[in-house]
Design a protein around this ligand. Sequence first.
Ligand SMILES: [Zn+2]
Ligand SMILES: [Zn+2]
Length: 334
Amino acid sequence: MPLVAVIPKPNAPVELREVPTPELETDSALLAVELSEVCGTDVYLQQGRLQGVPYPLVPGHVSVGRLSKIRGTLRDVEGQVFREGDRVTFLDVHHTCNACWFCLVAKATTRCPERKVYGITYGLDDGLCGGWAEQIYLKPGTLCIKLNGDPETFMAGGCALPTALHAVERGDIAIGDTVLVLGSGPVGINAIILSLMRGALRVLCIGAPALRLTAAAEAGAGEVLNFAEHNEREKTEWILERTNGRGADVTIEATGAPDAVVQAMRFTRDAGRVVIVGQYTDHGPTAFNPHLDLNKRHPPGRARLLGLRLLTFLPQRAAHFRSGSIGAMGRAQE
Ligand SMILES: [Zn+2]
Ligand SMILES: [Zn+2]
């Protein structure tokens, strides 16, 4: 009877429960948990800030352990067969169908209606599917990877590491860029390290509290600013003074505060890049000026290009405009 830590419902204290050891389906396994993470998301799950969560919930979406029991065959991405006793971690995202409209047409697997996430959208009713437990049930099709290194070092990156990796890729950080990271939590600090690895000239960080800003500087941030001690005008001046009056080339928002999304746009240079990764859970709405904050800042280059393209084919399509049969254009292009 493995012991698990359960969030019974939003805003209720975490409680310990004993649950039956599951029957293993073919090609599934039991993982004896060594380490699991307390992510910021887990705090928000306890506060009920994410929709569609099937409480009661065993949180913990990044975990490390040893395969204590395997039924059937489990392989890693290289095709290697796992053995009982192997130390592994696994991808928390499970069951993406690769057959629905979102998976196949939109290539947006995060919107797949079949998609499940261990510790977030698999509840206790789905089995032992969270890391705050003595055992995790790895359902068939769970993607595992063998861990040869020190598990504590791996867990130090936590789920913030892949989140930050995604952020620097989406930010398309180039050699010589000045990157601004908003937030000095685990995602922000990982983003600082990975921005420098991608060739950023320097990384500035606005965050809090002081202890985390010290960690941000140790991770490589050239300069840091405590957001709690400065208003938006002072923060803007701080950025502009350090970027020849332009703003950061790339800003990565990793705060969780809705206002920071707007500030990210204002702290970034014209035609720069803004990546929002801190808004996984619902902290309410915010307001911005679509003309000043978006259109004017992150400008009409693409719109102009599209306009030029339009001019190149417009003469041939003039008949459609005259006849009002614009709807036929799609067919005419085929
Ligand atoms: Zn997480
Ligand atoms: Zn799908």
